[in-house]
Design a protein around this ligand. Sequence first.
Ligand SMILES: Nc1ncnc2c1ncn2[C@@H]1O[C@H](COP(=O)(O)OP(=O)(O)O)[C@@H](O)[C@H]1O
Length: 181
Amino acid sequence: MTQIPPNIKREAPNILVTGTPGVGKSTLCTKLAELTGLQWLEISKIAKDYNCLEEYDEQYQCPVLDEDKLLDGLEEVMCKGGNIVDYHSNEFFPERWFDVVFVLRADNTTLYDRLTTRGYTGKKLEDNIQCEIFQTILEEAKSSYKENIVHELYSRTPEELQDNINRICTWLQLWFQDNQS
Ligand SMILES: Nc1ncnc2c1ncn2[C@@H]1O[C@H](COP(=O)(O)OP(=O)(O)O)[C@@H](O)[C@H]1O
């Protein structure tokens, strides 16, 4: 993989938005991208569009990601900065890519309703609910990135969505203040 020295300054920060499927990542990222002009990188879509998917995993009912191919393809754009990366997993991204990590959360009932509406059933539904109950994605983020850049945000209601957007926009303003050359 092409390595660009980590000390090259980014023009704008890279934000990672992660969490169990259904917690509200796309909803938040769409609004954030509109408001801030940062580029929303929806990893599931990019992986599909750029043929970074391998065989289908019958057990988890989803295709397996070719991580190396995906990371190679994103390296340049991530080094420039100004991206909001949206994905339900996070440990395989290079730590140096991100200035901040937001882990979205929802309660079980809310998540159950959202995922059944999406058509999830059986093991796929149960696995995702368990993932949220055991806060697997939060723990993954805390063990993959410096704890002081990892923030947990509940996104159960439109009010919480708005609060989260405000909070991220404030974080962004501070980043630009601190990093102006
Ligand atoms: N804060 C929120 N309040 C109410 N509904 C929400 C909120 N965030 C997301 N939703 C709804 O939950 C569903 C799943 O959201 P989505 O953004 O697709 O999740 P993800 O990208 O994490 O899979 C969508 O129907 C969306 O409208």
